[in-house]
Design a protein around this ligand. Sequence first.
Ligand code: GLA
Length: 377
Amino acid sequence: MSLAHTFTAIFSGNPEIVCEAPGRVNLIGEHVDYCDGFVMPFAISDRTYAAIKRRPDRKIRMSSMQRPNEIFETSLDDLQPSGEGNWERYICGVIWAFGERITDGLEILVDGHVALGAGLSSSAALECSVAFGLDQLFETGFSLAQLAKLAQRAENDFVGMPCGIMDQSVSLMAQAGNALLLDCRDLSTEQIPLDLASAGLELLIIDTQAHHTLVDGGYAERRASCESAAEKLGIKALRDCSITQLEDSRNKLTELEYMRAEHIVNDIKRVHECVDRLKNNDFITVGQILTKSHASLRDLFEISCPELNLAVDTALENNSLGGRMIGGGFGGSAIALFKVADIDQAKRAIAAAFKEAGYTEPRFFTSLPSAGAKVTI
Ligand code: GLA
């Protein structure tokens, strides 16, 4: 059944609005968003849809196409941040972050098509589909950057995940055909054309299906190290540090802080190099930059895992121009750039390597750079 039909079957009446927001792949600039750095993600074609209707009272009722038999109920007056719950927390968090601008109760049905736990930001897609819809319905007039901050606040302060601003920004601001160069300090953007097909190339997304338990604690710990390094260096964020400055101040940092900071400073530099090389259609160097980023995430930031390393290494052994793990780390997806003609063989080789290692079978995706959040027609 379609989203609108299911909505009517679960709640009475039709939705007033249906909005959608995509997941993302981050091309380059990993874990640098909370260091005020630059990132270059693009939106994938998979997205989450949110059908919304206002109610005459203050009740909130929500359901998901993935669990249509569960209806979660609360009220505008009962929204309290808590570590408890499931998918509904992300929606409650967004409503909470809008505060008194939301004056009516709500009925919300979501339909998520972004693979869960694959490091493709299904949570940002969910938050942004709802945030975009509420902004339209209640005519709050927020800019996309303001909406991104609002959705980030929902995740930081309501759900309790100390994420940066990248995922929500790209989910809202992406444009089809482009990667989004985002300055995470002031949220200014530049759309960078990403036309791999014209060069006979494709970016393979490899979902390793691995989910290591370190995810939450490991992420927060990396963020804390970067923040303490910046403080010891007397700067606002690691974005304000060059590699020479970092080397000159080595004695101010612990060994671990130095490793983390070295990754951040170099990965921000790699983002700018990558933009430059993309503008020159130099995909060979783009591939090399991705592979260097992977080594840095693996060895300095220490957030890769055996499955991600195997995916990247096997891709490289099978003619990939370059690849790396993406997202928060400790599992999820990797990307690898290929000539279209080489992709099928590489997929077979990666699947075989996973089988041999006794890992869960990986899933493969590809996606063109797609549009950000919008009202679904
Ligand atoms: C997660 C977070 C983002 C970002 C990435 C790593 O996806 O939500 O804010 O920090 O990890 O780059």
